[in-house]
Design a binder for this molecule. Structure first.
Ligand SMILES: Nc1nc2c(c(=O)[nH]1)N[C@H]1C(S)=C(S)[C@@H](COP(=O)(O)O)O[C@H]1N2
Ligand SMILES: [Mo]
Length: 233
């Protein structure tokens, strides 16, 4: 698929030493109960809700190599994902079975850990957006979003929701509030990496500096939480 030549990183990004578990600190201690089993509820301004389980397997499997850019400014190159195109999922499962209203073009994606993000449907229908269940040839691990996550490389990491549990199609954002207690300026409606849409109402260059010292602490927190979780399992 989209095999990329070595090129400059997007504005304000630096290369991380590896791909590590990351997110808002609130979610560091939360894990999916059944990381082996896909169970996604689809609802919203739709004619019928659907409990998605094995239906994804009817779609063509696609492989994709793409870069990953966290809004806090670390990036990872050439991650090899495998899964299903969101566009195929929408066309072959959502449209016929869920029948969203024509105006229901705001998508809310929620993870089992309580994390949630939104993206416009039009962004999700791009060819490089996947519902991924594999990374580097192996089933997604708990660190990177088992059993299913969104991969939307043109958008900052915070739109790439892990541990997908619910996908909602709404006419507007009335059912969405960005994770408390984090300020909503951290959540840009599109968060496109190429345009450096890091947040709302704050210059992206300022956000780079605010986020930078937070990265090693957050990374460490997520590592500790995962190690503890693995000991308990
Ligand atoms: N469910 C869930 N999805 C999430 C997050 C989270 O905390 N929970 N964090 C987001 C952020 S800010 C980033 S950078 C990426 C990190 O993905 P990784 O843990 O696979 O590196 O996941 C995103 N998706
Ligand atoms: Mo992030």
């Amino acid at each position: 698929m989209s095999q990329e030549p070595a090129s400059a990183l997007p504005r304000g990004q630096h290369l991380a030493r590896g791909f590590f578990r990351f997110g808002l600190p609130t979610f560091a201690w939360r894990f999916p109960r059944n990381p082996e089993r896909i169970a996604v509820k689809i609802h919203g301004d739709v004619a019928q809700s659907l409990d998605l389980r094995d239906e994804l397997q009817t779609l063509p499997r696609v492989e994709q190599t793409s870069d990953f850019h966290c809004v806090t400014s670390w990036s990872c190159r050439q991650l090899h994902w495998s899964g299903y195109r969101f566009a195929d999922f929408y066309q072959h499962i959502v449209v016929p079975r869920v029948q969203p209203q024509a105006e229901a073009r705001l998508v809310v994606l929620r993870g089992e850990d309580g994390y949630a993000a939104t993206l416009p449907l039009d962004d999700l229908l791009k060819q490089d957006v996947l519902l991924a269940d594999q990374l580097d040839g192996a089933p997604l691990g708990i660190a990177h979003g088992a059993p299913l996550r969104l991969v939307a490389p043109a958008h900052y990491g915070y739109k790439n929701v892990k541990h997908l549990q619910t996908i909602e199609f709404w006419r507007d954002a009335r059912h969405f509030r960005f994770a408390r207690p984090w300020p909503s300026l951290m959540h840009h409606p599109r968060a496109r990496v190429a345009l450096e849409e890091r947040g709302v109402g704050v210059p992206p260059t300022l956000l780079r500096w605010i986020y930078l010292p937070i990265v090693p602490i957050t990374r460490c927190l997520f590592r500790i939480a995962q190690a503890r979780h693995e000991r308990r399992r």
